[in-house]
Write a protein that binds this ligand. Structure first.
Ligand SMILES: O=C(O)C(=O)C[C@H](O)[C@@H](O)CO
Length: 256
């Protein structure tokens, strides 16, 4: 029995348009609820949400077999952290702040077992193998890994063509907030200069053999991103949805 099919990776390869949402409560109960909305992918965010390995694993557990595919974002692309989260059962990783092809190649190696990479072989006790119930896991796992790298600095944009040549990278996600900040427009990714860089980057990614991804909470901006080539498009953040709705509800009663 081989490693489970990575449905998200397969959908990207088919060219499917995939709509996603950030899962930022670091809580399996909230993520299980979010999955009932029908998003194609959910980002279990270990960078800007208070997730740790146990909370990431619990969210992987509640998403098992559901339509919403889990995408785990690590704080940084450290091989030891990649090893841990893959053994916990993640198959799709989103790694922030990738600024070079060398960095992308190192991430590919960190996600693969030898000889393609350096992922440590601890499959016997790993949730990923269903605790050794998947006998062919280590010989088939590499093919089911989906690596998404975030390009979100001027350096990363300058290196984008080289990053797009790296075998083993499945998608490139443009981080509009961090890109805007690095360009000198902290908090404002709608600046014309930033939008022009995003448009060019999404166009270049979509023209490559990789998938283009990005996030926008603004509907019209998200439509533009889709028109510019975004294939895995995040259109919401659960924490923001609840916070905004809660405040608006109280304001309505207070001011009603
Ligand atoms: O730079 C960005 O934008 C992203 O990487 C997405 C953010 O991290 C996401 O958390 C929304 O702020």
């Amino acid at each position: 029995m081989p490693a489970p099919e990575n449905r998200f990776k397969s959908a990207l390869a088919r060219g499917d348009m995939l709509y996603g949402c950030w899962a930022g409560f670091a809580d399996a109960y909230a993520t299980e609820m979010l999955a009932t909305a029908g998003f194609d992918w959910l980002v279990i965010d270990g960078e800007h949400a208070p997730n740790d390995l146990p909370s990431i694993m619990r969210q992987l557990q509640v998403l098992e077999g559901r339509h919403s595919a889990p995408v785990v974002r690590l704080p940084m692309g450290e091989p030891w952290a990649i090893k841990q989260v893959l053994d916990a059962g993640a198959q799709t990783l989103l790694i922030p702040m990738v600024d070079s092809a060398d960095q992308a190649r190192a991430l590919v190696r960190a996600t693969r077992y030898p000889p393609e990479g350096i992922r440590g072989s601890g499959a016997a006790l790993a949730r990923a193998t269903q605790f050794s119930a998947i006998p062919d896991y280590i010989s088939t796992a590499n093919a089911q890994i989906c690596l998404l790298v975030q390009v979100e600095t001027r350096a990363g944009i300058d290196a984008l063509d080289d990053i797009l040549k790296v075998e083993g990278v499945d998608g490139v996600f443009i981080g509009p907030s961090d890109l805007a900040a690095d360009m000198g427009y902290l908090g404002d990714s709608d600046q014309p200069e930033v939008r022009a860089v995003i448009r060019d980057a999404l166009t270049r990614i979509a023209a490559s053999d990789k998938a283009a991804g990005i996030l926008s909470l603004d509907h019209d901006t998200a439509l533009s991103y889709r028109d510019w080539g975004a294939q895995f498009l995040a259109v919401g953040i659960d924490v923001v949805m609840l916070a905004q709705t809660a405040r608006a509800t109280m304001a309505r009663w207070r001011d009603g």
